[in-house]
Design a protein around this ligand. Structure first.
Ligand SMILES: Cc1cc2nc3c(=O)[nH]c(=O)nc-3n(C[C@H](O)[C@H](O)[C@H](O)COP(=O)(O)O)c2cc1C
Length: 372
């Protein structure tokens, strides 16, 4: 399939490529704390019923993306942030069976999952969901988590070289009939085969969230959606480089999306107060441990560190969207005008806040032409 054929095929068959101008989704529901590193009381529960209720609601209101976090170890601190989590492939398979249209994603840490296993798991969920599976390909950054597998974290850019090989094997298993051998720098595999093929051709939707130069090039070369982490609206303009590189260097389409904490209330004061509560109850020790794992240290030369810590506590480093329904929609219009294709949300209380979002924000998004 050439680029135009792939575009047409996906527009007709894959929900993520429907005609909605701004794609929407729910992120990080499967992990305790999600993407908010705080001890603030919440109605969310680590239960399957709670997970299913939220994603079924997202599906009913037409959202396109259910994106979990692949995590095996907590971040310590008083909350042991993300310390309790559902495994993502099994989560996606069960969620696929419980939903109609939303795309259900899993995450593969390439160094922790063998590509033959990952390819087959993905094909299986693509069948369960009738073509609604997506895979987030993660290179890994949390050394203590990888130590649980006795796997060492490679040097930063080498992780992407390994990821390239891993994904080449997976893509070939999804698309090639008959057996093949693979001889790369890291992977040497003999007599590879995998049946059945996924429903989606040439394979399930692929996602990556690398924003380093190596990560952006990997995304441009290999995946369909790159998730950036904008700290401010103008960052979107820079993150769009991934689209240009994909287009000019690799003759491919890549969409840019991001994640964000949403705190939406009837008045701005209420929204700011709820946001402040998240910060006041922040688990700073867990946030520090996460930043350390990501290679960000505090120190005299790191003036932005405290600000970055606050952004991590309230949303994994991306700009939180705080305000009234009208203000939230204005922020989303601005993101869309800058070229963002989609956004996945996390909430403090997913069920009640997603209900509020569907009643108060969705109609305004329709009026604004971002949804229909
Ligand atoms: C939307 C989104 C989803 C992510 N999902 C995961 C995940 O499931 N597991 C994980 O370990 N890291 C996850 N990450 C973290 C990214 O993998 C990490 O930021 C990336 O590896 C950094 O790459 P870079 O060094 O190339 O910028 C996610 C990040 C974003 C923005």
């Amino acid at each position: 399939m050439n680029r135009e054929q792939l575009r047409d095929y996906r527009a007709q068959t894959v929900p993520l490529f429907n005609s909605q101008k701004l794609k929407l989704g729910v992120f990080a529901l499967n992990c305790s704390g999600g993407s908010i590193i705080t001890n603030f009381p919440t109605d969310r529960q680590m239960s399957w019923d709670y997970n299913k209720s939220v994603i079924q609601l997202a599906d009913r209101i037409g959202m396109e993306i259910a994106l979990p976090i692949g995590r095996f170890k907590g971040q310590g601190g008083s909350s042991n942030h993300n310390g309790s989590s559902y495994e993502v492939y099994t989560w996606a398979a069960a969620m696929a069976a419980a939903t109609e249209n939303i795309m259900c994603f899993a995450t593969s840490h390439v160094a922790l999952t063998h590509p033959v296993v990952a390819a087959k798991q993905a094909a299986t969920i693509d069948h369960v969901s009738r073509g609604r599976f997506g895979l987030n390909v993660v290179m890994g950054w949390f050394a203590e988590e990888m130590a649980m597998f006795n796997v060492a974290l490679r040097k930063h850019d080498d992780r992407y070289r390994y990821g390239d090989e891993w994904l080449s094997v997976v893509k070939r298993l999804w698309s090639e009939d008959g057996g093949f051998d693979f001889e790369g720098e890291y992977l040497k595999l003999v007599g590879l085969e995998s049946e059945p093929k996924p429903i989606q051709r040439p394979g399930p939707v692929l996602v990556n969230a690398g924003t380093s130069p190596a990560g952006v090039d990997f995304s441009a070369r290999n995946v369909d959606i790159c998730f950036g982490s904008p700290a401010k609206p103008e960052d979107i303009d820079q993150l769009l480089a991934v689209k240009t590189i994909a287009d000019e260097k690799y003759n491919r389409d890549v969409a840019l999306m991001c994640s964000a904490l949403v705190v939406c209330r009837d008045t701005e004061q209420e929204a700011q107060a709820a946001f402040q509560d998240i910060l006041d109850n922040g688990d700073w020790e867990a946030a520090r441990s996460m930043l350390r794992a990501l290679g960000v240290q505090s120190g005299p030369c790191n003036e932005g560190y405290d600000q970055r810590m606050r952004r991590f506590v309230a949303g994994y480093g991306t700009r939180p969207l705080v305000g009234t329904p009208e203000q939230i929609v204005d922020m989303l219009i601005d993101y869309s005008n800058r070229g963002l294709h989609g956004i996945v949300f996390y909430f403090k209380d997913y069920l009640s806040e997603l209900t509020y979002f569907s009643e108060r924000v969705m109609p305004l998004l329709k009026q604004a032409g971002l949804r229909h």
